[in-house]
Structures are given as C-alpha cells and as structure tokens.
Design a protein around this ligand. Structure first.
Ligand SMILES: CC(C)(COP(=O)(O)OP(=O)(O)OC[C@H]1O[C@@H](n2cnc3c(N)ncnc32)[C@H](O)[C@@H]1OP(=O)(O)O)[C@@H](O)C(=O)NCCC(=O)NCCS
Length: 137
C-alpha cells in the first residue's frame, strides 16, 4: 500500500528516478521500529487502506499515505484527525510536518499552513523537495 501510494500518487512533482529511490528506502524492519518507538496508525477496511505516523517527541506527523484505490473517501482526513487526537493526549499544541509537493493542498484543507520550502534526503542521497507546514491545535 505504501509502495503503490508513492508510485501512483507522487509521480509528477517527483521524477521516476526519485520515486524509485524513495520506494527502495522502504523495508519491513522500518515499520517494526516505528511501531516500537512512535505512534503508528493504520486505516483498515478488510485490507490496509492508509497509514500515518506521529513522532510525539518532535510534535511531527512524519508519514501519511492512502491507498490509490481509496483516495477521495476521507481516509486521509480521518488519519489526520487521529494524529491530532493523539497529539492532544501528548499535550502537543502545534503539529509540524514536511509535505510532499503533491499533498500541500490536502494539508491546507485540513488546516495546516505553509512555513517554508524544505527537502528530505533519502538514505541513498536523493533529495526530495518538500514544504514545511504546521498547525496549531
Ligand atoms: C494526500 C493524501 C493523503 C490525501 O488522502 P485522501 O484520503 O485522498 O484525502 P481526503 O479524501 O480526506 O481528502 C480531503 C480533502 O482534500 C482534498 N484533497 C485530497 N488530496 C488532495 C491533494 N493532493 N491536493 C489538494 N486537495 C486534495 C480532497 O478533494 C478533499 O476535499 P473535499 O473535502 O472538498 O472533498 C493521499 O492523496 C496520498 O496518500 N497521497 C500520496 C502520499 C503523500 O503524498 N502523502 C503525504 C506525505 S507528507
């Protein structure tokens, strides 16, 4: 799901080479580490249709991906609401994220505001341009 969300929904603002490097960085051990150390939220409808990750220590939403076959059904909005609810429990008053270029409009609809252009560097060195955003809770 994560793989296809990147491949099918992020191509355009990012090149095929960038997408290939991005997907190559995913591995099963990464999810186990996230589950052990961060808040890992799954949206499930018989199968996994979305995921999001909150890093409470950094007050940061570090991942949000919806299955390409399930976009436009409110799943992304629901996952953001779950992350905000967990943030409230963790006494977080402002949530931060680095948005992919394709998702900026989505985050603006959910109340985040742009701060500045930024980038994310993959382990292989490939740089993905992003937009730093935040929302006061
Ligand atoms: C961005 C993403 C999470 C949105 O998920 P979704 O489940 O389709 O979102 P929703 O159905 O909750 O959409 C909520 C609203 O945002 C709008 N919207 C959704 N994606 C949008 C986008 N890329 N740009 C602008 N608006 C968008 C919807 O039209 C909807 O508007 P409405 O309330 O007027 O109908 C999903 O497209 C995705 O997984 N993209 C690829 C991965 C990615 O880039 N994630 C962000 C990493 S930082």
């Amino acid at each position: 799901m994560h793989n296809s969300s990147i491949r099918e929904l992020c191509l355009g603002p990012y090149s095929q080479d960038q997408i290939d490097d991005w997907v190559s960085a995913l591995n099963p051990h990464g999810y186990v580490k996230v589950m052990e150390t961060l808040e890992f939220i799954l949206a499930v409808e018989k199968e996994i249709v979305g995921l999001s990750i909150l890093d409470p220590g950094k007050a940061e939403l570090t991942a949000l991906y919806v299955s390409p076959r399930h976009v436009g059904q409110g799943i992304g909005t629901m996952l953001v609401a779950e992350v905000e609810a967990l943030s409230g429990e963790a006494d977080i008053h402002a949530l931060h994220l680095s948005s992919t270029l394709n998702a900026v409009g989505f985050y603006e609809r959910t109340g985040f505001v742009r701060q500045y252009d930024s980038s994310y560097t993959l382990p292989c060195g490939t740089v993905l341009p992003c937009v730093r955003m935040m929302k006061r809770l």
